[in-house]
Ligand binder design. Structure first.
Ligand code: GLC
Length: 539
């Protein structure tokens, strides 16, 4: 298989993200695991996905659910054994599903032996970023992405260590070649076992200006924007390609906060490939549940900007949901099956590799969290604590926490109406199941041709046609505040997609041909788009 044939295969695939802790509990301890994923491979096959990306399965104290790694070459016992992982890779391969592992390579857990050695002033001190404080306070004004300072001073140490995320996630010093070799070795360890590639966690921040200067605006949200794309990022990624990826039939997907299309295009340029695709943050960062009304025109503009910026040269992915966000049908829709289907249509009809987050194919929704005890997310807990420290009442702090918590996406997968939604046979599960599992679940949708699941399957199958994978993209009504209308054109064929982004009927825009749709999700009137209607017509 040539490099370009391999690339075409990745471009055609639909990626399905599994959050192992919440997918299926195979051993009855209330926590999802690898045996659970093996058990559900036929479900993935039935859906038609070609790649399953697993959030981290490596050893970890699980303060950030695996994004705090304590051993890159060991399986977290919570999820199973190395033998389970190997069986998963084998079984997936038999079904033509490639397993992509998630590697948090910007930082390790502070419980990683590397950090423990650094803490003890050992040989690995320089594997992390240590700096003197300024007048007893942090060495610079960077704010952690999760809130609070991004520096902590261990008891008895005269220096602070850097952590862009939680204080339990210490940033690795990629300037040190030993760090890079150790990460490369870990990647090769898994690739030798037959995994299909990696999703590289926050990879755009691995390179930092060694002087770690203050940023102009230290508010937490834009920190990525200030520091992403550091001076040696390209060098580090080229080296990783040379040392690791170029020796395997694998894919490198970069989670890329803080870069715009022009900078991202460089990372996926086929003439000098560093990564195979980019997973940008412009859509991820949009959360109307937290930030107020949904600016639909700005939202649409993001698709055009990234398509123009990267387009056919290099490759985009389209990610509007993942384990860090509320559910799409609650974020952009009204939780109805129609809005879930419309949003799936949006994801699956772009010129980009579509990513489906587990449960989106059923239209799973945000959860009705009632108390702080229902919440596990370390970011959410920090948000609550900081809100209280700022003087917010318990009620206000809790409301802000519920709006932002990543746990909405992490409630157990809803397999059926049975105990614990068929996720686990345990008495209690690590997060409570969403009470709507009694009606919203995979089993109920299995034989229902009008279900979100059936619709998702049809959309995935649609991508067998190269028009949907490779066809040029054009926004036909960029200023329309209600409807997203775009054309996809390929070798003389043309399709038009019209998505009603509102829960009320809208007149058919003139640029949408008055033709019968191929995959209607709602409505039957040619001249009116029903609430949340997704209309695809072949011209
Ligand atoms: C990424 C992950 C997120 C994690 C963070 C730190 O954004 O998606 O879950 O908390 O990186 O590793």
């Amino acid at each position: 298989m040539t490099a370009s044939e391999r690339a075409a295969r990745w471009k055609r695939a639909v990626v399905y993200q599994i959050y192992p802790k919440s997918f299926r509990d195979g051993n009855g301890d209330g926590v999802g695991d690898i045996r659970g994923v093996i058990e559900k491979l036929p479900y993935l096959k039935d859906l038609g996905v070609g790649v399953a990306w697993l959030s981290p399965i490596f050893a970890s104290p699980m303060i950030d659910n695996g994004y705090d790694t304590s051993d890159y070459c060991a399986v977290n016992p919570l999820f199973g054994t190395m033998a389970d992982a190997e069986e998963l890779f084998e079984e997936a391969k038999k079904r033509d599903i490639r397993i992509v592992l998630d590697i948090a390579l910007n930082h390790t857990s502070t419980q990683h032996p590397w950090f423990q050695d650094a803490l003890a002033q050992g040989e690995k001190r320089d594997w992390y970023w240590w700096r003197e404080g300024r007048c007893g306070a942090a060495p610079n004004n960077w704010r952690s992405i999760f809130g609070g300072p991004s520096w902590s001073q261990p008891d008895g140490d005269d220096q602070f260590y850097l952590h862009l995320f939680d204080k339990s996630q210490a940033d690795l010093n990629w300037e040190n070649p030993e760090v890079r070799s150790a990460i490369h070795a870990a990647m090769r360890f898994w690739l030798d076992k037959g995994v299909g590639g990696f999703r590289l966690d926050v990879v755009t921040v691995i390179s930092k200006e060694p002087d770690l200067r203050d940023v102009i605006d230290p508010r937490p949200a834009p920190l990525y924007r200030h520091i992403a794309g550091g001076p040696r990022l390209h060098e580090f990624l080229r080296e990783m390609r040379r040392e690791v990826f170029s020796h395997y039939d694998c894919i490198a997907i970069g989670e890329a906060p803080g870069v715009d299309p022009a900078r991202a295009a460089k990372l996926v340029d086929p003439a000098d490939p560093m990564l195979d695709m980019i997973y940008h943050f412009d859509l991820v960062a949009m959360n109307p549940v937290v930030a107020g009304p949904w600016d639909r025109v700005a939202f649409k503009r993001i698709f055009s900007a990234w398509d123009k910026g990267i387009g056919a040269n290099g490759w985009n992915s389209v990610v509007i949901s993942n384990h860090d966000l509320g559910r799409i049908s609650s974020r952009f829709g009204d939780g109805s099956p129609e809005s879930a289907k419309m949003l799936l249509t949006l994801v699956l009809t772009q010129r980009a590799t579509p990513f489906i987050y587990q449960g989106d194919e059923l239209g799973m929704t945000n959860a009705p969290f009632e108390s702080l005890d229902d919440i596990d997310d370390v970011w959410a807990k920090t948000t609550y604590r900081l809100a209280r420290e700022k003087g917010r009442t318990e009620q206000q702090a809790f409301a802000a926490t519920v709006a932002m918590t990543r746990d909405h996406a992490r409630t157990p997968f809803q397999w059926s109406a049975a105990l614990n939604a068929g996720f686990s046979e345990a008495e209690t599960t690590w997060l409570r199941v969403n009470p709507n599992h009694t009606t919203l679940n995979a089993a109920a949708q299995e034989h229902d041709g009008a279900s979100v699941r059936a619709f998702a399957k049809q959309l995935i199958a649609l991508r067998d046609d190269p028009l949907w994978v490779f066809g040029a993209f054009e926004d036909l009504a960029p200023d329309d505040p209600d409807v997203f209308v775009y054309a996809r054109t390929y070798e003389g064929r043309r399709a038009v997609v019209a998505l009603n982004l509102r829960g009320e009927a809208k007149p058919r825009p003139d640029c949408v041909p008055a033709l019968t749709p191929i995959l209607p999700n709602a409505g039957t009137e040619i001249d009116t788009l029903a609430p949340w209607e997704a209309r695809i017509v072949l011209v």
